[in-house]
Design a protein around this ligand. Structure first.
Ligand SMILES: [Zn+2]
Length: 243
């Protein structure tokens, strides 16, 4: 942890110094800048206002996010306020959801395979009484990439019934028989993704159901892209966000 912390701090400082010394516009790269406050500059070419220090901080947080550090780990590594980091992590998660939605709209025609999956945390898996706590997900495949949709909670009305109620048994049987799946082959990115998602979710303790979408979409994003691709997509969106 200490070695990791030192290397992160080194990157953080290097980024801050580099950007501040070069005095370049973070949007267009031009060097004619006007100082508008002790930390902010305005670019005379693209007319945008920004802070090098804030930008460097966002870049450092982005690296932590891509490296799968929790917000707490990131705050410790960079010596930043925990709330600052959670806010930035939330922004990044919203960005990758927006990215996923754009791709989905662009690829609606090209889905060839799909699968329905019911997610339960490890501690509830394999225990029939928890089956109706499962979160239904529809996974679709375009090329080698996955797109996921949360299914509406179909079990809400069954949750308060007795454990052995006939309705529960019938529904569990129905679920097994009518699980939606269309695979072109069994060596399939969708199957790989369900394993990836289970491992991914095991890192988090006690995820609230209403926040599940953020974890799911982050898993989808990290499954679909390697670290370099993730960085390019999110950096581009971070810069657009300033406009
Ligand atoms: Zn500029």
């Amino acid at each position: 942890m200490e070695a990791k912390k030192r290397s992160f701090l080194a990157i953080f400082r290097k980024n801050t110094c580099m950007k501040t010394n070069q005095k370049q516009c973070i949007f267009c790269g031009h060097t004619k800048l006007y100082k508008v406050s002790s930390t902010q500059f305005r670019c005379s070419t693209c007319k945008r206002t920004f802070s090098h220090a804030k930008h460097a901080q966002e870049q450092a947080i982005l690296e932590c996010f891509i490296d799968n550090n929790s917000a707490y780990e990131c705050a410790t590594l960079l010596g930043l306020n925990y709330l600052t980091v959670t806010k930035q992590y939330q922004k990044l998660r919203l960005m990758l959801i927006a990215h996923s939605e754009t791709l989905y709209t662009e690829h609606t025609e090209t889905f060839s395979q799909y699968d329905e999956y019911y997610f339960l945390p490890t501690c509830k898996r394999g225990k029939p009484k928890y089956i109706f706590d499962a979160i239904g997900i529809l996974g679709m495949l375009y090329g080698k990439r996955i797109y996921t949709l949360l299914l509406p909670d179909q079990f809400a009305h069954l949750k308060n019934l007795e454990e052995n109620a006939i309705e529960k048994e019938t529904y569990a049987r129905y679920l097994n028989q009518h699980k939606v799946a269309h695979y072109e082959s069994f060596e399939n990115a969708l199957v790989d993704f369900w394993y990836f998602l289970e491992n991914w979710m095991d890192h988090f303790k006690g995820v609230k159901k209403e926040n599940f979408i953020y974890y799911l979409k982050e898993a989808e994003f990290k499954f679909n892209y390697d670290k370099e691709e993730q960085r390019l997509i999110l950096e581009k969106m971070l810069v657009i966000k300033y406009v």
